[in-house]
Design a protein around this ligand. Sequence first.
Ligand SMILES: C[S@@+](CC[C@H](N)C(=O)[O-])C[C@H]1O[C@@H](n2cnc3c(N)ncnc32)[C@H](O)[C@@H]1O
Length: 281
Amino acid sequence: MDVLNKVSPKRFFEIDSFLAFLSIYEDKVRERAYLRLLRSCKKAIRGAICVEAGCGLGIMSEELAKLGAKKVYAVELNPELFKLAKARLSPYPNVEVIKGDIRDFKPDVQVDVLVHEFFGQLLYDESLYALADLRFKPSLVLPDSGALMCGTAFVDEWDDDVIDEAVIRRFDSVIVSGLFDEKGICPDVEVLAWSAKSGIESERVVDLSGKKGNLLYFGIEVRHEGKVICRSGVCDNWSFGWTWRKADRFSFSFSAPGGNRKIPHAPEAVFRWNKYKPENE
Ligand SMILES: C[S@@+](CC[C@H](N)C(=O)[O-])C[C@H]1O[C@@H](n2cnc3c(N)ncnc32)[C@H](O)[C@@H]1O
């Protein structure tokens, strides 16, 4: 779904992000995984002051209310999603839907539980950065962590008529999504980790020596208390990113977020192949 006619940059941002976030609701695996996580924390939620950062359509805030939260603040930046969440959550008197940036939200009570789903395709390339800049300090963050993972594979494994080795080589140092069917593979090397407590790691150099394959792919794991809640390859919402595997080592980091509060720009992934140098040289 794309905007096809000329509109102002602000309206374009609103509708473009509205369309992007609407499509996440096609991923029922993600939704069920999140609902399971909330239900597994029902003791902490019952009677608690809860905030959902970026409530989208309001499904998780509705669950918080059903699980017996004392009060739920459902904060949503996108004006179209805000209106839809407000309609969905109107039967719940203890849910307050607030239009705005979670970074501007300053409740006058202690927040017990913060729920968010701010993970991008490459982990930190969506809205996680906003959680480092909150005006309140929740006792519990759900989920509390995540990681960008990678794995290697061979182009031939997909038996694709179009995307063969010659084509994939054209993506030298560029990570692209949607190249291959994602089911059945699972990246197993951690690239960077994020936690609510420490934020995103600044940079890592990843060593692939010993791993076979001319393709490198990236996916995410959403984690809570060390357990994987959902991940790319299982949840369609986060597709894998693919690139030509040019060397054995690469470095990965994220740029600082940009833009302004009305039109924020998420951090971008900075990915570079490193020439392999043996330790003793
Ligand atoms: C991936 S969706 C998740 C929606 C909902 N939490 C769920 O799990 O169904 C992320 C939502 O956060 C909103 N969002 C992104 N950045 C935000 C911010 N800084 N403040 C408030 N909402 C934000 C988006 O508009 C979007 O609706």
